[in-house]
Design a protein around this ligand. Sequence first.
Ligand SMILES: C[S@@+](CC[C@H](N)C(=O)[O-])C[C@H]1O[C@@H](n2cnc3c(N)ncnc32)[C@H](O)[C@@H]1O
Length: 261
Amino acid sequence: MADFESRISSLDLGLFEKIESQSVDEDKRSLLACQFAVRSLVPGYNYLEIGSYLGGSIQPHLLDEKCSTIYSIDKRPLVQPDERGVDYTYLNNSTERMLELLRDVSEDGLKKITTIDGDTGEIDPSQIRDNIQLCFIDGEHTDEAAFRDFRFCLDILDENGAIVFHDAVVTYNGIADCIDYLKKEGIPYRGYNLPAIVFVIEIGDFPVHKSPPVLDMLLNNHVGYLFSLQANDMYRAFANKRPFRIYRQLMAKFKGLNKFD
Ligand SMILES: C[S@@+](CC[C@H](N)C(=O)[O-])C[C@H]1O[C@@H](n2cnc3c(N)ncnc32)[C@H](O)[C@@H]1O
């Protein structure tokens, strides 16, 4: 097996192989590209994620000698609300099960994990004893939770760091609130989407975007753009069903919205 350095620099998806992660291959590649950038910016970086489930997204950090500490926050409710309008059920979702699976990824790596059961609305940020350079938000998929998790991450982030969201295609309104908040508070940031549905917010001076694998994804931004629009296309298909289409046509005619002069 190739050593970790060459595996991370080639964005080797095998780094996710032991525990199934709830993400598509493009997401995994983007997460590895962010990790690659962060470990170059801050060798010895600290990682925190909200929403770990079985530990799928923890694996590459567990294996990374340049990652010093991992915090995993997960409330582990049986049923979680979701902005798509359908609640999701997670059976047998426990910290013990996650740690057992991660033991098989790296027994030694387990020493750097701290787990916290709960949600960021009830956790005191002082429980995070290290300055964090990379946060990953993948917990409850509602706009409200995404914004709440983001505020928590801002509290515990180092002066410069990155906050990364999964499923931006679901919590995009929450992410928009995060951007508004940064603007309102005058906090320097850069925000961008990576394939397929990963959204990165760099805080302060933390140029993840300059790292060659991330830069390449940014130049080819059609991947995430088209994936996201197509993922939400069912809503347009629904709005175009006959009765809704007739109603919309009538409304457009009544308001004169579909006439150009
Ligand atoms: C999509 S899964 C995480 C997947 C994981 N990151 C991976 O890549 O395999 C979502 C997780 O968020 C957790 N969760 C749900 N509501 C939460 C909340 N309010 N705060 C923190 N975690 C929450 C669930 O227990 C679940 O384990």
